[in-house]
Design a protein around this ligand. Structure first.
Ligand code: ZN
Length: 712
């Protein structure tokens, strides 16, 4: 390689390799790498989605600290992957936007472009140098092999620090958010992007430098050199296959390009199959210290440990998904590389102009490929700033969360990286609920000309960032219940208080309003609807720990359970099978045929809100007595409800009022049994109560006076 480094500086020689021209490989490689990454980006997005949805189904935990990989157990099978991937791509494109397929592209390009530029530069020039120096200017397999190996070593050494920083940032982000939420370690759509932001690359570089020194940046370098094997196989095989296809079809035709793309794909596939395990080992070696100790110290030690702990199979985990990404990537990358190389440039002799040339080539190539729209969109995609406009909020005496925001009443917020339902701006209209730590606002989405013209009503819940993340994680873990049992969650926003503290904001579907009546006053049919929602939540593993009236939303006789701040995982599979709606008005306290009810929690809640009112009867608020022949039915009791404890100057104890209530309703029952109709009695309620009071006071020798008219 010493020769390779010296040769270009020595100036033009008898070979056709000129210093200026060598940059073609650099530029072509960079552009090729970039295009490859753009094409592969949707597959990366799908990979993330697959992992998180898989997580939701299986409720397994992501074990990052344990083994250092970020891989969630994959469903194996190439066919399954293809079908699933196709569906997800289609859904993301239709339901979100084409842009959503290119999330996270920016950071990828930062790593990919330098790596590819260096690799193609080193290989493309290296093979000429080696051929000229050692093989009389002729290229053969041996020359390709040596050049590819040298290029691999150069690339590995130069780019290892970039990968170390990137891997650390990812590990840190995933490690952090796995500890955030009790229900959902992978609240993939809400937590990740935000937390990843909390440590930036520069902080990470300083941290590695401080804690581990320069050597920290070269962790896993030996494994990177192992990766040289893959690059070498790939390059050598590519050159070989390219020559074969070019020879059969003649130069320059369309078939040559097809052959080239096929060669690139095939070479990558073969090379991946042979060397895939090194990816696994490389990730392990870059893992940060666990409990202050390094678990994976060297190449051989790591290989042994992984095989011993997880079996040989783990070295090929996720291979099919990997191939689905790297093969199209390689095909596009080599195609672009070759295309750029064959582009007839008039290279300016002035080296200083190289920079602008590089840029103009990148632009013209991307324009020609009609991917320019995607590239330009990445900038708007990354600026996830939202605005909450509070200026229409009516004046309120009580202070609320938003008032602490740094730029209230026009607050900018960061979105968490996911596409929210509505772009850019929300108008906050009212305060629905307000406590010292949480405020719930109603808001509408500001309509945009390119929108559908509908006004979307939303609910914003402002609380601490930590709480917002936990609650969002709980919503995420129960996607299946969203819009049916619990409101839909559209996303999470993050703002800053004036004092610099963080504030989080859940953006939720607006659904009716909180239940104002106590449960026990609801008609049985409504109790049944609410309890059936509760059972549905249980079947989905959601155990709501605050099942109370303010957390029940009602809209047109439909119900939702809200506030997932205080929930837990249902400890066992819920065995509740009784459908409340099918048992309205049943008069017997009937147990299902099976042993028990299947879930004691639901049984208790149902009894608590008085769904089965057949074995007891409510005479006063919070006063129930066993049903008997001496008392009217609950329906009749409700109709005959009147004031009890009407004596002026008498202090009635709780027991006194209960005694009076029993006497009153006993008398009502007697009247009903002696031929009086309920319709007759309802207007006489106060009068009957009056007579009962007079009798009671006489028995107790207590004076009685009342404001009711009958006394006079
Ligand atoms: Zn249950």
């Amino acid at each position: 390689m010493a020769d390779a480094a010296v040769q270009p500086i020595a100036g033009p020689s008898k070979s056709n390799w000129l210093p200026a021209k060598s940059w073609q490989h650099f530029v072509a490689g960079g552009v090729g790498g970039m295009c490859g990454a753009i094409v592969t980006s949707p597959f990366d997005v799908v990979k993330t989605r697959l992992q998180s949805s898989l997580f939701r189904e299986k409720h397994t935990t992501l074990s990052i600290a344990g083994n250092g990989t970020l891989t969630v157990p994959h469903r194996t099978g190439l066919l399954y992957n293809f079908v699933e991937t196709g569906h997800i791509l289609r859904d993301i494109y239709r339901e979100e936007s084409p842009r959503a397929l290119f999330k996270g592209l920016g950071p990828t390009l930062v790593g990919v472009i330098p790596a590819r530029s260096i690799n193609f530069f080193a290989y493309g020039n290296g093979k000429h140098v080696i051929a000229n120096k050692f093989n009389h200017g002729e290229e053969n397999t041996w020359v390709h092999l040596t050049a590819a190996a040298c290029a691999g070593v150069v690339t590995g050494t130069a780019t290892n620090p970039i990968w170390v920083v990137k891997t650390r940032l990812q590990l840190e982000a995933d490690g952090k958010h796995s500890s955030r939420s009790s229900l959902s370690p992978d609240s993939s759509t809400t937590a990740r992007a935000r937390i990843a932001k909390s440590t930036n690359s520069w902080d990470m570089i300083q941290k590695i430098m401080r804690e581990e020194g320069v050597r920290g940046f070269y962790k896993g370098l030996s494994a990177s050199y192992l990766g040289v094997t893959e690059g070498t196989i790939q390059w050598t095989l590519y050159e070989r296959l390219k020559k074969l296809t070019a020879n059969t079809e003649g130069k320059g035709g369309a078939m040559e390009w097809v052959g080239m793309i096929g060669s690139a794909g095939t070479a990558k596939c073969v090379a991946s199959l042979i060397t895939y395990p090194h990816e696994v080992i490389r990730t392990r070696l870059r893992q940060p210290l666990v409990d202050g100790k390094m678990k994976y110290t060297g190449l051989v030690q790591t290989l042994r440990l992984v095989i011993a702990e997880e079996g040989t199979k783990s070295l090929y985990g996720g291979l099919s998904a990997h191939l689905m990404r790297v093969i199209p990537n390689a095909a596009v990358m080599f195609f672009i590389y070759e295309a750029v190389l064959r582009w007839r440039f008039d290279w300016p002799s002035d080296a200083a102009a190289n920079g602008s040339w590089t840029l103009s080539i990148i632009l013209s190539v991307t324009l020609n490929l009609k991917v320019s729209c995607i590239v330009s969109n990445t900038s708007t995609m990354d600026s996830n700033t939202f605005f909450l406009n509070f200026h229409r909020l009516p004046d309120r005496s009580r202070s609320h969360q938003a008032e602490d925001l740094a730029n209230y009443p026009h607050c900018s917020f960061d979105a968490d990286g996911q596409e929210l339902l509505i772009p850019h701006s929300l108008d906050v209209l009212d305060v629905l609920y307000c406590s010292s730590r949480t405020t719930v606002y109603s808001a509408v989405a500001v309509c945009y000309p390119d929108g559908h013209g509908t006004v979307n009503e939303l609910v914003l819940k402002l609380t601490s960032e930590q709480k917002a993340l936990v609650e969002a994680g709980n919503y995420d873990a129960h996607v299946a219940l969203q819009g049916k049992v619990i409101p839909r969650l559209y996303g999470v926003l993050f703002g800053e208080r004036e004092e610099g503290e963080d504030l989080g904001c859940l953006v939720l579907e607006r659904f009716g309003s909180c239940l104002k009546q106590p449960f026990h006053e609801l008609p049985s049919i409504d109790k049944a609807k609410i309890l059936d929602k509760l059972a549905e939540a249980h079947h989905n593993g959601l155990h709501h720990l605050d099942f109370e009236e303010p957390n029940i939303l009602v809209q047109d006789g439909e119900y939702r359970i809200t506030d997932l701040g205080h929930v837990t995982v249902h400890e066992w599979t819920c065995g509740w099978s009784y459908k409340f709606a099918d048992h309205i008005g049943e008069d017997e306290y009937r147990r299902p045929e099976q042993d028990g009810w299947g879930c004691e929690i639901i049984r208790r809640e149902a009894a608590g809100i008085g769904f089965w009112n057949d074995y007891r009867i409510q005479l006063l608020p919070r006063f129930y007595v066993p049903k008997s022949d001496d008392l009217p039915s609950q329906e009749e009791t409700n109709r005959m409800n009147t004031d009890i404890g009407i004596g002026v100057g008498t202090k009635y104890l709780r027991e006194d009022r209960q005694d009076l209530a029993i006497r009153y309703y006993n008398h009502v029952k007697t009247l009903l049994q002696t031929g009086h109709s309920l319709e007759e009695l309802v207007p006489l309620r106060s009068h009957i109560a009056y007579k009962i009071h007079v009798q009671w006071h006489a028995e107790k020798n207590l004076p009685f006076s009342t404001l009711l008219p009958w006394e006079r």
